[in-house]
Design a protein around this ligand. Sequence first.
Ligand SMILES: O=C1O[C@H](COP(=O)(O)O)[C@@H](O)[C@H](O)[C@H]1O
Length: 998
Amino acid sequence: MSSRKCPFHARVSETEDQLVQSLGDKLHHCSTEVLKNRPTFRVGISGGSLVQLLTRALISRKIDTTNWKFFFCDERYVPDDDAESTFNAYRTEMNAKLPNIVESQLIKADTALSLDACACDYAARIIDEFGSSCPIFDLLLLGMGPDGHTCSLFPGRSEFQIHAEQLVIPIRDSPKPPPERITFTLTLINNANDVVFVVTGARRTPVTKPNSNDVCTQTDQLPMLPCGICNEKFLNILELRLHRSRQHMKTEELKCRLCGEQFQKLRQLRNHLTEQHDQKSPDSPLLRRRLECRVCQREFSRRDHLIRHMRKVHDVPRQQELEAAAPWTPNDETTMQSGDELESAAVLFNDPAVCSDNENNESGYQCNTTNPISSNEDSGDDEVHAEAKESLWLHIKPEPEAELEPELEAEAEAEVEQVNRDRRKKKTNSKVAAHTDAEEELEDVSKQKPASSSFSTEVKEEPLAAGGEQQLSIKQERQRADSIKVDEDYEMEAATADLFHSADEEEDADEESELDEEDDEAENEEEANAEFDEDNPKLTQVEIVREYLQKPTKGKQRRRRRKQTQSETEANPENRCDVCLRTFSRHCHLLRHKLSHLEKKPHSCPHCPKAFARSDHLKAHVQSLHGNKEHKCSLCDAAFTRADALDRHKMSKHNGEGLDASNELKLQMSEHTCEYCSKRFSSKTYLRKHTLLHTEFLYACKSCDETFKERQQLRSHEKTHTGQRNFLCCICGDSFARNDYLRVHMRRHNGEKPYKCRYCIKAFPRATDLKVHERYHTDTKPNLCNTCGKSFHRAYNLTIHMRTHTGERPYKCDQCPKSFSQSNDLKAHIRRHTGERYKCPHCDAYFLQLYHMRNHCLSAHNKHIETKTGRLQRTGLLDEPNNSHLTTVVMPPARYQQSTPDPQPMATVTTQLPAAIATPIMHSPVAYSTTSPVPVQVPVPVSVAVPLSNASGFVGATTNATSTTATAPFGTFSIAPVVMAHLMYNHGGNSQQSNASK
Ligand SMILES: O=C1O[C@H](COP(=O)(O)O)[C@@H](O)[C@H](O)[C@H]1O
């Protein structure tokens, strides 16, 4: 659980109804997404004004909460039926308005226990529910008091900073009554997948105004973006776009780029363009379908499409095609020729070579007009604009900094590369065997080149007989080799760029690599054409572009690509990225690569916070993640926008079940099988990442952390997990398969630690221990999850992680129905049954987990608890009775043993544990102060960086919602929370009581 600074997304609603609606949307979206993959949606809820807002949101959005579990982010330490109890407030509200929610869905704290025990017990309940000591909430709904407090964490206080290692802590003297509470810590909050602050009332405005000294005020500088159609304001363009597409899909304004006038309807804009600017209406046949085939009268929006059509359908020779399309002059403002695309690409990529080439290009022209319809930046995802975009956008010459449409972008890159290649020209020296597919391809290509074409080259005219074939094949093979190198480049880029991406990202990555492949294919194709060009050095740039337009279909390219084999093509030092110094074999790849260095990826998804360097990637992302998911998996509930995504899913999640044997993906997967362990992958990228584990890294034993350079070593090692163990330790009786293992084992008894860490003072008895330890210093995580791409330092951690995908909980408690994914959690849980606790050697604090005790010793007493071996799990607690910290104490009976709280055991707790399961709070040298104006110093570093702001830090903001930006009053969050605020509306009371009585 770490922390990092994150901006907040703020959404300020005009009315409380709007706020409720936003909240409902968020809840619906979030829960639906989670429940697609998991059986339970776990949400943490706060009290105060949220009680009613949440109920209203659930009702108004008619959200099915059957599979929800509600946890309380904080609770007042009062009896369950007290009017101040958050649980009680929800119970009352839900009983009356949401009868479908049953009490067992509310995971509540046991306030019948002592305050400390209550906090401890609630943390344990949460751990039990999650089956993990590191619970990750799907969503937390937090409120924020006028003083800036959230949950029961109050600004200017220290406890939540000190107890960063705890999940739930007791609060003793809350400035807001009642004084005693329990609350989630920032550690637990930060671990959530999503956090939403729901803030209402003018009195909260100041606390949502950042303090200039507060480190988490990245949002401070940002002006709020007004919607323009309604009065809602947003902190960033993504939120705004999302809002626009959701709320104003039908009525989004349309803006005339020529005079700036805005319209509500596309029709109005069309009329305006025709009447005011003498422009043809965007959907007028003249503009939209202005290119007509003179043979069959079919209309085209693009000249190259028309040319291709004429060539393919009517077999019109090239020269005639060009003549046919001649009226379509470059001076046409609303259209753009390929040459212009090239120029644009050159400008975009700032490629002097291309720019200068273009200077001499007689057909180069300057189009100063941009799309009269709002740019895609404005209209983004708006369906209303789709038509306009289709008809106009692709043909408008983009301004240098504007984004290129995917198709243009790919083509433009290709053109740039073509010119570059033309400059580089030459150096064919490879000699390879003839390739039937290549021949086929070349045959296609040559067929496409009519005899009269000005682009005909000697190659075209050569008969496709033996000699010619030979020559052609050689060229073709060169092209293949080049493209393979490119694949490698990109795949390695993908692999290194994003080692830890999420499942969704993987999906994107897949798509991206697919897109790359497609682009590569296009480029390969050009290259095939370029082979012809090379024989005709006099080709002009325009001609090159025309050549390019003759590229064969993607299908063929793909087929050909699949047959390609490994190549040794060298990266060209001329194509070196000046930012990261990577070298590319081809210039166009360098250009494309440079996009990845853009600080802000230019193509933002209008539906989610993702941004892409390339617009085609964005397009694919939107299509795959935000489109209609009509391709449903027959084997589970998953659904996808694209059939190929469904296939991939079937392959990865159901091992190809449901796909027929001839399925391309299935075949492809068999192509991506790891030669070391036979695992199959959907893409070469993943296989490559995975293979690193075997090659560059190590052969890892599945049963322990041991790793080997040689497969043979691993094999002989693996036998030790199954074979006989004839070498016995005379001290502890442990047995080993090999004498050298026993020798190493003896170090545990004699304390010898020959393996010293290069980065810190630690030393280890085994080389493996050191190796694993050093991975933490070097951040080497060789254990890769092939389901979601996460990787881990230790093999064991991967094993545990895999259980989050499989839902496996192999550690079952034999005294109750609980089960756990990790043995440690089970052990801690069993201690709840047995009453055993780790006792702090320095004070009377007791802990279920050694880890917690250790943290306590460090934070409360500044003392390290030494382990015997350096291995965290084996600390010799019980095996060394005199030195053991594991103490048996009498605890309240575990809650499974009885359904109602038993007052008697409570008494036992208070009498036997005077400091009542003392958490460090009892022993902290730091005194609590409600008035402390400055952050209280803690004696040791804590894992969550929490810059404290005191309440006064928030003073001075206006109550005007328009000037409001949001920030956390007390710290950094590792997720970017959303602040949903309705600040103009003063909700009034702060207490449950006042809410309940409303
Ligand atoms: O006391 C509390 O207050 C906060 C904020 O409540 P609000 O009424 O100002 O929205 C709340 O989030 C918390 O759960 C509660 O215990």
